[in-house]
Design a protein around this ligand. Structure first.
Ligand code: GAP
Length: 496
């Protein structure tokens, strides 16, 4: 079986309505996508695995906070002042371009790596000069681009009947978690370290939305904020001291910390990365270990992703150390997640601005917790997983989406062999029994059985049950294993 590329994956998503541009009949506004039934199931399964492994599996808690928050929240978090990208607006047609990315892509196409890197790290004045030197043209009307300015990415709204409270749609789920942390810590009688997870929508008014689910204006994040006492040397997770043996696990690691090109270190143990100062603390290292395990559980091949340490000038405004998790999408690495040492940046700033004491009592000591964050984009993970899991099977003559059991959109496909009332009635009875048992079922009775196998294979259903005339007599069905195409006969009762 041969792996398909991104184009085939996009084609599949489109054909099967996994994702669709939002509000399409009124002309598409870039950066907004709807999930159809199959896409949503896969997305929810990815999220469920995150919850199982990184939230509940580590003894952490999950919350859901408001999507809109007043201006002070983002003044304290630094987003109001620093959450901006350089934009070059075409003076002729008004179309906006993300200046640094456009320049980097321009020089990458010319194989000028040095200038491409320089564009990624340039300040506003340098970008202005570079855009003139490169004589970049407007993507829409072809006019010469001349200026660059900073553009804040937050979407603003006014709350209240008189619109008196300036507010913003959250650009990350994390701020709500910081604001609720102390309350939850007290009410639930917690001890540090403790992680609080949040999965939900975030909004960014991206200058140039790109690559379908890669740069969206409304997207889903799965974020885990791990609060810990920076003076505590031993690392305990879920009340148990961590076996330091986990740090001998190797991850694929590269670094841009020295500036310029990535120095690809290759496979390296987490303990070595800690010794060499690439990882700021043990909790950070432990999270990288868990993230690597999570990527495997999602079904990513080892060579499909890597961890990349960021250089100082690439760090977000709140971070004292970042390692991104990048996966191949269409042969190019894209960031799926970031692990950041946010220190006490957020809690301290909220304390200063709100005048609320954000310290907690931990082991009879007053502590301002530090935070390590694992922030993962759900849409990008979805896209990366689909595009890395789609194969062309020449023997079958169609595409096969090979998803792990925990990600497959349905537990079973269920097909009556043909449209015959007796078979349809029996199939409906089996479908209801499977649903009652808690299984999800993809039920289809139109088209030839071969076509229905193909439809199930290309959306990643691992088992298909066919109801035929023998089923009526002995309650047995044919089970087809999608991964191997092998078939066997089983009694339906054995599943119930
Ligand atoms: N709380 C930290 C934070 O938000 P981030 O690196 O800005 O960090 C985390 O975002 C993840 O969210 C990214 O790694 C990416 O997967 C996803 N993400 C960010 N912006 C996105 C966008 N415009 N469209 C889709 N996903 C996005």
């Amino acid at each position: 079986m041969e792996k398909e590329g991104l184009d085939s994956a996009l084609n599949l998503m489109n054909r099967r309505g996994m994702i669709m541009p939002s509000a399409q009949i009124y002309g598409e506004v870039g950066g907004f996508y709807d999930y159809g039934p199959i896409g949503l199931k896969i997305k929810k399964r990815i999220e469920a695995l995150w919850r199982r492994r990184l939230v509940e599996g580590l003894g952490n808690l999950e919350i859901e906070t408001s999507l809109i928050a007043p201006e002070q929240v983002f003044r304290a978090s630094g987003h109001l002042e620093t959450f901006a990208d350089p934009v070059s607006v075409c003076k002729k047609c008004g179309y906006s371009h993300r200046a640094d990315k456009m320049l980097a892509e321009f020089y990458e196409r010319r194989n000028d790596k040095a200038k491409a890197e320089a564009a990624k790290h340039a300040n506003l004045n340098e970008l202005k000069k570079m855009i003139l030197d490169a004589e970049l043209k407007c993507e829409r009307c072809g006019a010469k681009l001349e200026d660059v300015e900073m553009f804040n990415l937050m979407l603003a709204t006014k709350v209240g009947s008189l619109g008196s409270t300036q507010s913003y749609l959250r650009p990350e789920t994390a701020q709500g978690t910081f604001l609720d942390f102390k309350n939850i810590f007290k009410i639930y009688g917690l001890k540090l370290p403790i992680g609080i997870g949040q999965s939900g929508k975030a909004f960014r008014n991206e200058i140039s939305p790109r690559n379908i689910l890669v740069r969206m204006r409304e997207f889903s994040q799965m974020e885990l904020e791990y609060f810990f006492d920076p003076e505590e040397k031993d690392l305990a997770i879920n009340g148990k001291k961590v076996d330091e043996g986990v740090f001998s696990n190797e991850i694929t690691f590269a670094s841009t910390a020295g500036g310029g090109d990535e120095s690809v270190v290759g496979k390296v143990s987490i303990s070595k990365l800690m010794e060499e100062g690439h990882i700021p603390n043990k909790l950070f290292g432990y999270l990288l270990y868990q993230e690597n395990e999570f990527m495997k559980a999602l079904g990513f091949d080892d060579d499909a992703y890597k961890f990349v340490e960021l250089s100082k000038d690439e760090l977000p405004h709140y971070s004292k150390g970042n390692v991104d998790l990048e996966a191949k999408i269409g042969g190019k690495y894209e960031e799926l997640a970031g692990t950041a040492y946010r220190t006490d940046f957020d809690l301290k700033n909220h304390e200063t601005l709100s005048k609320e004491d954000m310290h907690v009592f931990n082991n009879d000591k007053k502590v301002m917790p530090h935070v390590v964050e694992f922030a993962m984009g759900l849409d990008r993970t979805f896209l990366a997983l689909i595009s890395n899991s789609l194969y062309k099977d020449d023997k079958r003559g169609w595409e096969v989406l090979r998803l792990n059991e925990s990600i497959t959109p349905y537990d079973f496909a269920l097909f009556p062999l043909q449209r015959d009332d007796k078979l349809m009635d029996k199939s409906a009875e089996i479908r209801d029994a499977l649903l009652k048992k808690g299984y999800s079922v993809f039920y289809s009775y139109t088209g030839s059985i071969g076509k229905r196998y193909a439809r199930a294979d290309e959306i990643g259903i691992n088992r298909a049950l066919t109801v035929d005339y023998d089923t009526l007599n002995d309650g047995s069905v044919t089970v087809r294993d999608m991964l191997t195409t092998s078939q066997e006969r089983i009694k339906v009762d054995s599943l119930l």
